[in-house]
Design a protein around this ligand. Structure first.
Ligand code: HEM
Length: 504
């Protein structure tokens, strides 16, 4: 037996003994029966984990507990429970897991989504709140409008590559808003750098839920690189360089622009021009800036893909949306949509809300780590548990959303009292909960709305001739991002084509 295996077994035994001997007086929340020592390892699935999690919700109730080798996994299956724990008890429910591989070895530990709860995460969140507040986002509307128009031109020019166009749009908008860097080419060097690192994070470092053996047995990080089984360390060294480069490269550019007096207004330039900036301030600005890029990419792509799937499956909603847009913009359309049109476009708003509800881009949120033992409704929740908000279950709750599998924007148009309207608004769930709730929410509200309205105004969205109905496949463990499916995006009319091309 090799040394790492012996050490792993020893540590496993210690963890299990600790788990069995913990001095709790209340029972754990209910959940599927674990095996001795191994716990619920057989219940974990790499794909669509939100589906079994929601089955357990039906079987065991609003709070479900599992463990794997003594590591607690807690699922909060209703808004009330998630709000009670993650929001009201946020002081102890706002940490993130100490991911040795992603955080320490690959250098991503300073990214907002990975930062442990404490002074650093609070400083980063303050910066984000400043740069992405409800009050600040309207100042980005000109940039968002320009990026959306560019996106339409790309779609029209490369009709078979809508995924590439969405990536470039989301990436370009971010580089612009965050660093004031304008992307003019597909192979823009900044875009390539940050995209490369984002891909690495999503598809390599955090593939499989982001958990590596070294995260369960942290002592493995001390193995020498050449040691058999230490391949993960060699990989991490290569990935770390790419990740750190992607943080430094656009940041150094904006810093040089600020020094030369040529910086355009952006998240970074605004903050970098504050007087008496400390080294720590700069460090925070740099990592916070990078986090926005990484966090917005997969979520925006996922939401757009669900919008397209919905329009393919429910062409009647596409037709109704286009009729609403024509009535406001003039037939054909008469012009491209603007933010000022939004109050006159309730059905477009309803489509946007239903895309968030039906698509559920991050179905189990990002786990929060519990920092102290807690007791809730007479049940004991151990310190160190990873706590998941089961957003999927909340947005598929038939009591709030009748016939929840159906894409039905109409559900948001029926008049209800304020409390019911708040309860059915998917924004209350889809961005997570408490002190780690998504800070990009106001940006999404503007940017994705304009993107959907612009696509609906100018494009027909249909299946390629002879193609079967798409059956979405979800391979990603964190994002509910469907694998690519065939879809044809074509200008709705000559008028639409002219509008998009003339806008250049
Ligand atoms: C469709 C769009 C989006 C959805 C559905 C979404 C959803 C989420 C969710 C569920 C979380 C986890 C919250 C929690 O732990 O409770 C999160 C975290 C985060 N999101 Fe978003 N997001 C979106 C877009 C964005 C954008 C555009 C940005 C930035 C510009 C962004 C930045 C972040 C960051 C930095 C975090 C980590 C926060 C922390 O750990 O403190 N997101 N998002």
């Amino acid at each position: 037996m090799s040394l790492p295996v012996v050490l792993a077994l020893l540590s496993l035994l210690t963890a299990s003994i600790f788990y069995l001997k913990s001095s709790r007086t209340s029972p754990l929340p209910p959940g599927p029966k674990p095996w001795p020592v191994l716990g619920n390892i057989k219940d974990l699935t790499a794909k669509e984990f939100w589906l079994p999690a929601t089955q357990w919700a039906k079987q065991y109730g609003d709070i479900v507990y599992l463990h794997v080798f003594g590591q607690g996994l807690v699922f909060l299956n209703s808004f009330d429970v998630a709000n009670e724990l993650m929001e009201k008890r946020g002081a102890i429910y706002s940490d993130r897991a100490p991911l040795v591989m992603a955080g320490e070895l690959c250098g991503a530990g300073h990214m907002v989504a990975f930062t442990r709860y404490g002074p650093a995460s609070r400083r980063q969140r303050r910066l984000m709140a400043l740069g992405l507040s409800r009050a600040t986002v309207p100042s980005y509307h000109p940039l968002i409008t320009a990026s959306t128009r560019k996106f339409l031109r790309t779609l029209f020019a490369e009709p078979g590559n809508h995924l590439g166009a969405v990536r470039r749009y989301a990436g370009g908008l971010n580089l612009n808003v965050v660093y004031g860097l304008e992307v003019t080419r597909t192979d823009d060097p900044y875009l390539m750098k940050v995209e490369g690192a984002t891909d690495l994070l999503a598809n390599e470092v955090t593939a499989g839920g982001g958990l590596w053996l070294v995260d369960i047995f942290p002592f493995l990080k001390h193995l020498p690189d050449w040691f058999p089984g230490a391949g993960f360390k060699r990989k991490a060294a290569v990935w770390k360089k790419d990740i750190v480069d992607s943080v430094d490269y656009p940041y150094d550019a904006v810093k040089a622009n600020v020094r030369a007096g040529t910086a355009v207004p952006s998240f970074c330039s605004t903050l970098l021009q504050q007087p008496s900036l400390t080294e720590l301030d700069e460090f925070d600005v740099k990592w916070t800036a990078n986090s926005m890029y990484a966090a917005s990419m997969d979520t925006t792509i996922t939401l757009t893909q669900h919008f397209l799937l919905a329009m393919l499956a429910y062409p009647q909603h596409l037709a109704r949306a286009q009729a609403e847009l024509d009535a406001v913009l003039g037939p054909g359309p008469g012009r491209l949509p603007r933010f000022e049109d939004r109050p006159a476009l309730p059905f477009i708003d309803a489509i946007f809300a239903e895309c968030m509800r039906w698509g559920v881009p991050v179905p189990l949120g990002l786990p929060h780590r519990l920092m102290e033992d807690d007791v809730f409704q007479g049940k004991f929740i151990p310190k160190g548990s990873l706590v998941f908000a089961n957003i999927w279950a909340m947005l598929r709750d038939p009591a709030v959303y009748p016939d929840p599998e159906r894409f039905d924007p109409e559900r948001f148009l029926t008049k209800v009292d304020d409390a019911t309207a708040r309860r059915r608004d998917p924004r209350a769930y889809v961005f997570g909960f408490g002190r780690r709730r998504c800070p990009g929410v106001h940006l999404v509200e503007s940017s994705v709305w304009l993107m959907l309205a612009s696509m609906l105004a100018t494009l027909d969205i249909r299946k390629p001739a002879g193609a079967p109905d798409p059956v979405p496949v979800f391979d990603n463990t964190v994002f509910r991002n469907p694998d690519p499916f065939p879809v044809e995006l074509v200008p709705r009319s000559e008028q639409a084509r002219r509008l998009v091309e003339e806008d250049a």
